[in-house]
Design a protein around this ligand. Structure first.
Ligand code: PAF
Length: 280
C-alpha cells in the first residue's frame, strides 16, 4: 500500500497503472474508517485491479464550523485498517493541495440538493460536488463506491457524473449496521455511552414506520414518526421524508410506481445522525 500526499505523485502512478490496462476503483472517504468503509474497500477490491482510497475531511461541505472542528480524525488507525485490506493507493492530501485556490464552482443539481440534507445544511452538497468532482477528475476511476447510508449524496453523485459527462460507474453499497441496528457512521464515535444506548431507536422507528404502510397513508406514516420522536425528547428529529429515489420528491401514495425510501436526520445531543430504509 502506498500513501500519497500530492496530486502529482498520485496521478503519475495512476497514469502508469492505467496505461497497463488496470481498472481503477475509487473509495472516497473522510477517514475515521469503520466497517461501513471496509465493506466499500472490499467491494472495490473484488471488482477492480487497483483500489484507491482517499482520506480528506473536506471543509467546503461543512456548513457548521464546530462540526468540521470535531469531525473525528484517526489517520494512523485508518492507515492500519487499510493496510490489512486490499487498498493499493491511499491519497491523504492537505486542504491546500485540494484547494490551492478557492473553489467558486456552483453546481446546478436540479434541486435534488435543496431537499432533506440540502435544506438543513445549506451549501453542503455543493461542497460535496466540488470535492467529488475534483477526486473523479484526478483519479479517473472506472468505478466509485458510495455507502447507501448517505442516500441523498449517492443520488447527487450519480447526477454529478451525468452533468460532468464522466464515464464512471457509481456503485451503491448497503448500509452496515451495528448489532442493535444503528447505522455505522464516523459520527457514532462522538456518542457517549448514555447517548449510544438511545441511538437504536432511530432504526427501530424506521422499521416500524415501514410496517405501517399496510394501514396508513405516506403522510400519516410521517405524522406517526414525528409523534414517536416527540415521546423521545433526547432525540430530536430534524426531518423524516418518504421520497422516490431519483428526483427525491416526497410520495403521496404507496401505489406510485417508484422506488420509495424513508430518510431521516436526528440530533442526539451534539451528534447528528442519518439513516434510511427502503419503503417498497
Ligand atoms: O461521504 C463522505 O465521506 C464524503 O461526503 C465524501 C463523499 C468522501 C466527500 O467528501
Amino acid at each position: 500500500m502506498i500513501v500519497y500526499r500530492t496530486r502529482d505523485d498520485l496521478t503519475g502512478h495512476l497514469n502508469s497503472l492505467r496505461s497497463e490496462k488496470n481498472s481503477i476503483g475509487l473509495v472516497p472517504t473522510m477517514g475515521a474508517l469503520h466497517r461501513g468503509h471496509t465493506s466499500l474497500v472490499e467491494k472495490a477490491a473484488a471488482e477492480n485491479d487497483v483500489v484507491v482510497v482517499t482520506i480528506f475531511v473536506n471543509p467546503t461541505q461543512f456548513n457548521d464550523p464546530a462540526d468540521l472542528e470535531y469531525y473525528p480524525r484517526t489517520l494512523d488507525r485508518d492507515l492500519e485498517m487499510l493496510q490489512k485490506l486490499e487498498a493499493d493507493l491511499v491519497f491523504v492530501p492537505s486542504v491546500k493541495e485540494m484547494y490551492p485556490e478557492e473553489d467558486e464552482r456552483v453546481f446546478d443539481l436540479d434541486s435534488i440538493d435543496k431537499v432533506m440534507e440540502g435544506k438543513h445544511r445549506k451549501g453542503h452538497f455543493n461542497g460535496v460536488a466540488q470535492i467529488v468532482s475534483k477526486l473523479f477528475l484526478l483519479t479517473q476511476p472506472d468505478r466509485a463506491y458510495f455507502g447507501q447510508k448517505d442516500f441523498q449524496q449517492l443520488v447527487i453523485v450519480r447526477r454529478l457524473t451525468e452533468i460532468l459527462n464522466l464515464d464512471i460507474q457509481i456503485v451503491p453499497c448497503p448500509i452496515i449496521r451495528e448489532k442493535d441496528g444503528l447505522a455505522m457512521s464516523s459520527r457514532n464515535e462522538r456518542l457517549n455511552r448514555e447517548k449510544r444506548k438511545l441511538a437504536p431507536f432511530i432504526y427501530e422507528t424506521l422499521k416500524l414506520a415501514s410496517e405501517k404502510k399496510e394501514d396508513l397513508t405516506p403522510s400519516e406514516v410521517k405524522d406517526w414518526v414525528y409523534k414517536r420522536f416527540d415521546k423521545a425528547p433526547e432525540l430530536s428529529l430534524e426531518y423524516f421524508e418518504i421520497v422516490e429515489d431519483k428526483a427525491l420528491k416526497p410520495i403521496s401514495d404507496w401505489d406510485e410506481g417508484v422506488n420509495k425510501v424513508g430518510c431521516l436526520a436526528v440530533h442526539l445531543g451534539s451528534v447528528r445522525l442519518l439513516d434510511n430504509l427502503n419503503f417498497d
